[in-house]
Design a protein around this ligand. Structure first.
Ligand code: ARG
Length: 401
């Protein structure tokens, strides 16, 4: 091992790692920090911190557009929510981080990638499966899995080695965030018998403190993707930001979620997913309007499969590409506008418009109209119920002996 690309966040774990790799392996470190739209990060400070800690190069890659276009967009088309809830923002980001690490390793002639994941989570699986697929010759190290340092030892190591320990170390939770959401895990969140502690949520206003008046937002879709907000055309990154702001101030997008990790653990996550909550709900609403009943019965099953694969991080699995072909085909018709009402934690579709809606008001109306052949209904019902009626009659006859 002579040069290591380290996926670097600027936090305590990866900062200790930056030093530790130099000392332990006598290797050079190239720090790579990726901007996936995580709101609070100061990337200039992160870049400088890595150099101060001895990195031979410190890269900050703005991958927001790529993340939105190639990872979040297909997730929207698949209404992607793992186990019916979690919109997968972390899971979608990891394959991209791993791909960028492989590219940086090539560019900087490194033979190893290092990441800060623990041995208990999904992220190690997602990152290492991607690297093993794209660059099987690269070595991977995960120091947190190897060293026996706990939180206190890490802080002691940091103080010994001149690594600035910021106040964020005091935060009692494990946080991950990007454009599509924010998660908190660990600490008192692990006590399933307690409601979410008040200090967890940093993005979304508590619903009880949200405004007393509802706020309506109109989302315009084309080819299954949101393209406008209240009539203004926007790129996906900017649109997600603005929807997140509107949702967050109305208390929308808090999720207290129990989930099954790929390594077998069942855990609790507290999610803040304001944009995903509004956009995914609006997307599914529009999709239902333009799809047939048969399509509407099948698609949620394939959506769940898509979410499972994305959660596992098997981004290059052929089945995922197969499913994407189906998603694209259906979504080619998903065009129109959905008005979402945001109010004290809820996001509800209240108005719909689409040129592809399989909806004919003159057919659906309760008012008298000749175009629907009501006279054909009795014959239809007779045949439609034939098999069930026959089964019932035979079962009754057998019971009577
Ligand atoms: N439970 C979510 C997932 O597995 C979020 C994980 C957040 N990752 C983290 N390192 N804190 O995708």
């Amino acid at each position: 091992m002579h040069r290591v690309v380290l996926l670097y966040s600027g936090g305590l774990d990866t900062s200790v790692m930056l030093k530790w790799i130099q000392d332990e392996y006598d290797a050079e470190v190239v720090a790579l920090c990726v901007d996936l739209g995580q709101p609070a990060d100061d990337f200039d400070a992160v870049r400088q911190k890595a150099l101060d800690l001895g990195a031979v190069a410190s890269l900050v890659v703005d991958a927001k557009e790529e993340f939105a276009r190639d990872y979040v967009a297909p997730a929207i088309k698949a209404n992607a929510r793992y186990q019916g809830g979690y919109p997968l923002f972390t899971a979608l980001g990891r394959p991209l981080l791993a791909k960028l690490a492989c590219e940086a390793a090539r560019e900087h002639d490194a033979d190893t990638v290092a990441h800060g994941c623990t041995g208990k989570g999904n992220d190690q699986v997602r990152i290492e499966a991607t690297i093993a697929t794209l660059a099987p010759d690269l070595k991977v190290i995960a120091p947190v899995r190897e060293w026996s340092m706990g939180r206190d030892e890490e802080i002691a190591y940091a103080q010994e080695h001149g690594i600035p320990v910021t106040s964020t170390v005091e935060r009692p939770y494990s946080i991950d965030d990007n454009l599509w959401g924010r998660s908190s895990e660990g600490g008192v969140i692990e006590d399933l018998e307690q409601p979410p502690p008040g200090d967890v949520f940093q993005l979304v206003t508590p619903p009880t403190e949200a405004p007393d008046r509802p706020e309506d937002v109109v989302l315009g879709f084309r080819d299954g993707l949101p393209v406008s907000l209240d009539g203004e055309e926007l790129g996906l990154v900017e649109l997600i930001r603005r929807v997140a702001d509107a949702a967050a101030r109305n208390g929308v997008g808090i999720l207290d979620h129990i989930e099954d990790r790929v390594v077998g653990l069942k855990v609790r996550d507290l999610y803040e997913v304001p944009a995903a909550e509004v956009i995914l709900t609006a997307h599914r609403e529009l999709e239902k309007l333009v799809c047939t009943g048969r399509e509407n019965a099948l698609k949620p099953q394939l959506d769940a499969l898509w979410a499972q694969l994305a959660y596992e991080g098997v981004w290059y699995e052929p089945l995922l590409a197969d499913l994407n072909a189906f998603m694209d085909r259906v979504n080619a018709r998903v065009e129109g506008e959905i008005t979402m009402r945001l109010y004290k934690g809820s996001a509800t579709a209240v108005a719909r418009r689409s040129p592809n809606a399989i909806y004919d008001r003159s057919l659906a109306t309760f008012n008298a109209d000749a175009s629907f052949a009501q006279g054909a209904a009795p014959g239809f019902i007779e045949l439609f119920s034939l098999q069930s009626r026959t089964a019932y009659r035979i079962a009754q006859a057998r019971e009577r002996g």
